[in-house]
Design a protein around this ligand. Sequence first.
Ligand code: SF4
Length: 189
Amino acid sequence: MIPINLIRQYKFCPRIVYYNLLTNIKPIYPRQVKLGLDYHTLQNEMIKARKFKKLKIEFNQILNEKYIENSELNICGTVDLAFLCEDEIIPVEFKDIESKPSYSHILQLVGYGITLEKKYKKPFKIAFIIHSNNMKFFKIQITEKHKNDFFNILKNINQIIKNDILPKSDANEAKCLQCEYLNYCDDRF
Ligand code: SF4
């Protein structure tokens, strides 16, 4: 199955999808990835004591670090958090960011939302990205465009798998220098 976090990786560079799904190369992660993982672990520990009043939503149940998959779309992943409400389902991701979330962060959440929507048979209309220890957050209204963009990227990823050829990349130097696969892209610079 295609891990949903590859949607974000595809937006960064399609080659990462190729290396990840079609090779056995072990990536060498830069330090900021380790810091991001530490942030996730910390958030998941703190989550147990939270009531999420700031988000101003009514919910019946919280799903914490929930693995989800959809065999029809051939996608899977672990959502940081999801609120099961009476008439909707709301996915949440913790991100170690200060500025507005990137579109790729949002599309990753859309992937979780679509998968949750199908699993729990409740509509997915909003999502949250929580980004500090003080529960600062971005609320995202999900549109048809978000969903269409998600499905377009999924289609492109399936095409990469089918072709089994290293795709072209327009990643710039700044991206490549922070990439875990830089050693393998010998046509760079
Ligand atoms: S080094 Fe650059 S081109 Fe290669 S996978 Fe990473 S971002 Fe893409």
